[in-house]
Design a binder for this molecule. Sequence first.
Ligand SMILES: [Fe+2]
Length: 312
Amino acid sequence: MGIDHVGIGVGDADKAIDFYGRHVGFDRVLFDYLGELPGLEEIAGRTPRARVAMLANGAATPIGPGRVKLVQVLDGQGPPAAPDGQAWGEVGVCEICLHVRGVATVHDALVAAGCESLMEPTSADVPPSGVTLDIAYVADPWGTKLELIEWTGLWRSLPGVPRAEGVNHVAFGVSDMARTRAFYGRLGFTELLFESVDFFDPMAPWYEPPWYDADHLPTQHMAMPLSPQGAAIEPVVLDPPGHDCRGSWGHLGPMDFGVRVANLDVAAGLLAADGVRLHGQPRSLDVGAGEWRYVYFEEPDGNYVQLVEARY
Ligand SMILES: [Fe+2]
C-alpha cells in the first residue's frame, strides 16, 4: 500500500514537532510515544529507548499522502550523528519529497522559517514519458533534505493556498537498480513513473570534497516506482558507488521508512514465505491513541525499512 512514512532522527522532538507542524503542514500528531522500541535489536544492536512522534499533514492528498515520524533517541549517547559526507544517492535514506501546491511560494516560506535553500525553484520533465514537474530543495533546520515537487504533468493540486501536502516519495541509495526494482515490485511498487541516468546538474554543489571531486561527479541512475496507494520510492544508484550513508539507526536526518500494510500478520507472513528475512516478530506498541504495529525486514542494501499497520 505504498510508503506510509519517512523516519527522521531529531535532537529535540519538541522543536521538531513544532517546526514540522507550523511550517511544513504536519500539524496532526497521530501519536507521541516515549519508551522502548522492540524489534530493532538486529538493526540497532539493542532495544532503543526513544521518543517517536508520528505526524500527518492535514492537507495530505492522494499524491502527497505520506507521514513523517520524528525519532529522538534517548538512550546511550543520544541521537547518533548524521552520516558524514552524504550528498545524495549513497546507500541510506537521502531525502524526503513533499508534494506541494506552489513550489516557489512554499520554498520561499520555508527559507523564511529557517530552512536553507539547496535548490532554487525550477521546472523540469522526466523521461521516458516527459512528465512535467516543478521542483525545489531546502534543508530543514537540522539538515534533512526536503524536496518540494508539484507534479504538474500528473496532478493539479486541490484548490487553496500554496502549501506542503504530505510525503510524495522517499529517496534512498541502492547498489543494484534491477535487484531493487524486483524486490520492491513484490511489495507493490510496480508502476514506473520515470527512470533516468543523467546527473541532475542542480545537485552538483551537494557533492563536496573530500568525498567527491567536482570534475568527476558520479552518474545518477534514479527511478520512481509507484504503488497504487501511498507515497512512492525513488531508489538511486551512483556510479561509481558512494560510501555507505546508512549510519546508525536513529541518526539525525532521514534514516528509515515504513511500507503500509492493512494486516501486519498477513503481510509479514507473505513476505517471509517469499524469502524475505524479518528482523524478529511483528510488534504491537500501545501508543495511547491506538496501536502501532510494525516489523523491520531486510532489504537488499540494508536500508532500514519496516512494514507498518497504522491503528491510530
Ligand atoms: Fe526525489
